[in-house]
Design a protein around this ligand. Structure first.
Ligand code: PLP
Length: 456
């Protein structure tokens, strides 16, 4: 029987993304078979609250019937049509209108892809196309930030600023640069204020642009709050200072809202929470509450105008996916955005978000292993450190964060360890205060367990 178990079949057949393949072969998978609200059940019937909403994405939990019905309705009416060469369909049109109506700054047009990586890849190509259209053929370099996460396609992984996305893949590609991480807790100089730190971040960006030559630099991509890099909140005033530098050198600002978008940070967009004024905005994940893959790129007039002229000269825009604006995914996204409106999602996040933040701080700020508790709305992290006074992390090889997350999992809370031993909190937006209490009880017990492990 064991040979035929799902676990054995998985180990025999599946090449898992983001997984140590050898350890996986030894330990096997956790097979998830059902969803129920913020919870999932494994194939042995064990229930877990997923406090990262899968991968920061299942914003409406794992059993929303309206989304199932929206998908079924659209599949019956029209399961597929494409958008190439002016073909169109209602779900894509409606979703485009809804996104433009909700955009944090005036946006002009919406382009669709299937994943966050593809949205960012598309945005990079739009930036290049835009500068070619303007005759600026040298202005192509793209700047990301160390610890930024923008995906894993060749270009978006080049933009990502995390070592494991580059190492052994021969990345980043030429023309992708990285500027400093705006994380005050680790980055501040002795005596430096947050405002001074933000100014220094902008100065560093300016130095990089000047060193490369402004005529070669096209865009900066930034998450309003860095997610996968550790839930890193920029210092106050950071984005306006960054934007002033970009404007000085005719460099576009692209907001990667793949995690922050749709209420996660307490406002509809992370750009609103963090005062980002993007020319291009990418989003995915909570756009469809993760029920189907879909992502979007919104561009403003400044960018769309020259691109449109160039497509006319060339006779087409030579970029697009078979499934750009897929009608079933678009219908599910339309329904998702309607549900956010009808449930007064921002009011709910405005209620449970501050509760999660204050409870995380009340319970964990003084914990001997916790260096920093950070976050806003329904996104947070607690960072585990070896030396609280010095802000010194554990040696990465000890995997203290991952081991703590494993304890959480055994206690019925699926969590996620980030680089630098941050534990991520990004629950479905529908989570209640009592479910948050349940999660935090699990985290307390997991921290007690890792404390014992570390003494051994
Ligand atoms: N951008 C950000 C901010 C992300 O967090 C992610 C994924 O976690 C991506 C882009 C890539 O999205 P995907 O995994 O859908 O390609």
């Amino acid at each position: 029987a064991r040979l035929n178990s799902l676990a054995a079949r998985d180990v025999a057949a599946v090449f898992h993304p983001y997984t140590d393949q050898i350890a996986h072969a030894e330990n096997g998978p956790v097979v998830i078979s059902r969803g129920n609200g913020v919870r999932v059940l494994d194939d042995a019937g064990k229930s877990y609250i997923d406090v990262v909403a899968g991968l920061w994405c299942a914003a409406l939990g794992f059993s929303n019937e309206r989304l199932v019905e929206a998908a079924t309705r659209q599949m019956r009416a029209l399961p597929f049509y494409h958008a190439f060469g002016s073909k169109s369909h209602e779900p894509m049109i409606e979703l485009s209108e809804m996104l433009l109506a909700r955009a944090p700054v005036p946006m002009s047009k919406v382009f669709f892809a299937n994943s966050g990586s593809e949205a960012n890849d598309s945005a990079i190509k739009m930036v290049w196309y835009y500068n070619n259209a303007r005759g600026l053929h040298e202005k192509k370099k793209i700047i990301g930030r160390i610890k930024g996460y923008h995906g894993i396609t060749l270009a978006s992984a080049s933009l990502t600023g995390l070592p494991y996305n580059h190492k052994s893949f021969d990345l980043p590609l030429p023309g992708f640069l990285h500027t400093m991480t705006p994380h005050f807790y680790h980055g501040a100089l002795p005596g430096e204020t947050e405002a001074e730190f933000a100014t220094r971040c902008a100065d560093e960006l300016e130095k990089l642009i000047l060193a490369e030559g402004p005529e070669t630099v096209a865009a900066l991509f930034a998450e309003p709050i860095m997610g996968a890099g550790g839930v890193l909140i920029p210092p106050a005033g950071y984005f306006p200072k960054i934007k002033a530098v970009l404007d000085k050198y005719d460099v576009l600002l692209v907001a990667d809202e793949v995690i922050c978008g749709f209420g996660r940070t307490g406002q509809y967009w992370g750009s609103q929470t963090m005062a980002v004024q993007p020319d291009i905005l990418t989003c995915a994940k909570a756009l469809s509450a993760a029920y189907l893959p879909i992502s979007a790129v919104m561009v403003n007039d400044r960018v769309f105008g020259p691109i449109a002229e160039e497509t006319h000269k060339l006779g087409t825009f030579g970029h697009g996916f078979t499934y750009s604006g897929h009608p079933v995914a678009a219908a599910v996204a339309v329904e998702t955005l309607k549900i956010y409106d009808e449930m007064n999602m921002l009011d709910h996040v405005g209620d449970v978000g501050p509760y999660m933040q204050s409870e995380l701080r009340r319970r964990f700020t003084d914990h001997p292993l916790v260096g920093e508790v950070r976050g806003t709305g329904l996104i947070a992290a607690i960072e585990l450190v070896e030396d609280k006074a010095e802000h010194r992390n554990f040696d990465a090889g000890r995997k203290v964060g991952a081991r703590t997350a494993k304890h959480m999992e055994n206690l019925g809370v699926i969590g996620r360890a980030l680089p630098g031993d941050g534990l991520a909190f990004s629950p479905p937006l529908i989570i209640t205060k009592s479910e948050i209490d349940e999660v935090l009880d699990g985290v307390e017990k997991a921290l007690a367990a890792i404390t014992v492990d570390l003494r051994a």
